[in-house]
Design a protein around this ligand. Structure first.
Ligand code: HEC
Length: 99
């Protein structure tokens, strides 16, 4: 990261502390949905609706989101998401109470 980008990241950090629920919800539907299906019930990737993920701790799901599943098409999202955003998505998937 160059110096200007670092300074920008530091200045922007407080604003990023609170995950942007709308943006993340859209990302889950569009980006995750492109493999897991628009309703997340599965496609190229498996069903990731709440009932299918019930055996996961939120922290384990967060790790899958950040690191992907090596050797499969499930990509790591670390380049695009902060730890907090991945944690938000993990809770969002486990919560499942929406639609
Ligand atoms: C390029 C396609 C692709 C995209 C995009 C993608 N996934 Fe996946 N995902 C997969 C595949 C394929 C697997 C199954 C990996 C395996 O065989 O274990 C998977 C597995 C998972 C699992 C583990 C499911 C389980 O039952 O173990 C979770 C959770 C998950 N993805 C969440 C997400 C989330 C959240 C996003 C968006 C941030 C996302 N995925 C985007 C393809 C994708």
């Amino acid at each position: 990261m160059n110096k200007a980008a670092l300074i920008l990241a530091l200045v922007a950090a407080p604003a990023l502390a609170e995950p942007d629920a709308h943006a993340l919800e859209r990302l889950v539907k569009q980006d995750c949905g492109s493999c897991h299906g628009l309703t997340l019930k599965g496609g190229l990737g498996p069903d990731i609706r709440a009932q299918a993920l019930a055996h996961y701790e939120a922290a384990a799901l967060q790790a899958v989101i950040l690191d992907g599943v090596p050797g499969t098409p499930m990509p790591p999202w670390r380049p695009l998401l902060t730890d907090e955003e991945a944690a938000w998505i993990a809770e969002y998937l486990l919560d499942g109470d929406r639609e």
